[in-house]
Design a protein. Sequence first.
Length: 308
Amino acid sequence: MRIIYMGTPDFAVNALVSLVDAGHEVVACYTQPDKPKGRSKALQPTPVKVKAFEYGIPVYQPVKLREAENVEKIKQYAPDAIVVAAYGQILPESILNIPKYGCINIHASLLPKYRGAAPIERAIIDGESKTGVTTMYMAKGLDTGDIIEQSVVSIMSDDTGETLTDKLAKTGAELILSTLDKLENGTAERTVQNDDESCYAAMLSKDMGDIDFTKPADEIERLVRGLQPWPCAFTRIKGKSVKIYGACVTDAPEGTEPGQITGVTKKSFAIVCGEGALQIKRLQPEGKKPMDAAAFLAGNKLCDGERI
């Protein structure tokens, strides 16, 4: 099948590889513009751009896809299908109507749950036991199009945003091949989404990582896992920002209050929460590399009852 591929982050790379390996003709890739990164502010190509260049696929990075010149270029390619995975721009109706088989989105949730930009992280944070990948016909609304296929993926107790993204990327890469086969042979089904069962997974922000220790420890532990690798959950210890990378739920001693440090040993410490306490396993102090709790305690004296 003749395909235009649209995607940007790591999540979208697996499906591109899958399409090429399966023998589909990927005639062009569209991805977001390069962004400055690090102290040098050097422009960083998107993961999809890097992979497309390896295959020698032409890459386009329009700031606004809906502009007439971009629509005309896509028409000239005459794609059978446009496959989209975490592209980062909404496709206008002028593009949705171009391909013979339509524009097909690979979405990292079991729609209609978790429409929007951050379905993977939100599923962990909300304590879901499963999620998955949906292939769907794209429509004018945000992730509202008819469902074609779905594949379920379990969320494990140690999954982070990063590990779950890897699982779902592999699942999506397999599912899109099945979906394209069904489109081509005329067996693809359409299931209308039930809007009453939908929920929205808004884009992540750094503010989300600021831990509120009045909340239950199990909620905070899920936040820690869900916000990895970005933006990461964080707090302040002795007035300095500390990112939390690993934690588990433990009991809080009687008479303690949220935000108090407890259970301090040479190798471990915990922070009291609204319910229970959060035992810190791995963290990253401001200006330092990530380290385990023992290494942190070797350079930072903490006492039971001290407030963060």
